[in-house]
Design a binder for this molecule. Structure first.
Ligand code: ADP
Ligand code: MG
Length: 289
């Protein structure tokens, strides 16, 4: 194997110029995007992706040009929730064209690149410890490529759906210095609040303003009658926001139809705009806007 000292310069691949070129491409792409908003939680399964998909659909309904970047490389769900799973991505000189959903939302996700459902994204490294270091690096690289090589066109909003993990926002904030704001998602449970508090701390440490906290699955909507049940109602999200000194954006009840809509790839705000959860999502979108 060649050592660095055996190679004159960097062996002719001109990596420095390549990285510089990618960075200037990234800058040019993001210059055509008016607002970039990251949705995060720290905790998995609380509804980050559902909130992202419905915010995107709510903005698109009002005539905004919207893009969604699925930053969850290992558990991508935006392609499914926005109904573009299995679409072929077109590549031209302008870059990779994102999939276009029924509402005109431009979607880029690892899901659109992986050959089959069973293929996980794995980072190969000689040891477990190295694998952790490399995972962070490779994830950052993959996201930089997604941002720089996707032909987003001009957008009013680019929403970034983050994977669970309190450290994920820092990666995105480094890549996107022009990040306009962050939206945090929690559920009415102490276990969630503990993790979300850490995410709030990370979000406060990034230059992008915190737009606020969403409390999801707060209260249960009866599938048959559409009425709001008492379970979990008003349990702590608002207090957590107040205690942390960040805005409270609203609470979305648990509605089984919301999960079903996501599975079918139709944003809930499009399908049930007049339901309790639909109106809650629209109200949250208005505040974020
Ligand atoms: N308000 C809600 N009512 C009913 N189901 C919901 C609600 N929010 C999310 N879900 C469902 O819960 C699961 C996890 O949500 P998801 O948005 O994937 O969370 P995350 O991205 O935080 O992991 C999904 O199956 C989703 O459809
Ligand atoms: Mg998700």
């Amino acid at each position: 194997m060649k050592k660095y000292k055996d190679i004159v310069g960097d062996g002719g691949s001109n990596i420095v110029a390549q990285v510089e070129e990618q960075q200037s491409r990234l800058k040019a792409r993001l210059a055509a995007v008016r607002r970039i908003v990251a949705v995060l939680s720290g905790k998995g399964g609380v509804g980050k992706s559902s909130v992202t998909a419905n915010l995107a659909a709510a903005f698109a309904r009002e005539g905004s040009a919207v893009g969604v970047l699925d930053a969850d490389l290992n558990g991508p769900s935006m392609a499914r929730m926005l109904g573009v799973r299995g679409e072929k991505l077109r590549i031209t000189d302008a870059g990779v064209h994102p999939a276009l959903n029924a509402q005109g939302i431009r979607v880029m996700s690892m899901d659109l690149l992986l050959p089959s459902d069973e293929t996980p994204v794995t980072w190969e490294a000689p040891t477990q410890a190295e694998s952790h270091v490399w995972r962070g690096n490779m994830e950052a690289n993959a996201l930089r490529e997604f941002l720089a090589d996707t032909a987003w066109g001009s957008l009013d909003f680019l929403l970034i759906d983050l994977p669970p993990g309190t450290d994920r926002l820092s990666t995105v904030a480094d890549l996107v210095p022009s990040l306009s704001g962050t939206v945090l998602v929690t559920i009415p449970a102490e276990v969630s609040h503990l993790v979300v508090k850490k995410s709030i701390a990370v979000a406060k440490a990034t230059p992008a303003p915190i737009l606020g906290l969403v409390e999801n699955m707060a209260g249960y909507v009866c599938g048959k009658c559409g009425a709001l049940g008492e379970l979990f109602q008003g349990s702590g999200g608002e207090a957590l926001a107040a205690e942390s000194g960040i805005p409270f954006l609203g609470r979305i009840p648990f509605d089984p139809r919301l999960a079903a809509a996501g599975d079918r790839g139709v944003p809930f705000v499009v399908e049930h705009p007049d339901s309790l959860a639909g109106r809650a999502l629209a109200e949250i979108a208005k505040r974020v806007r």
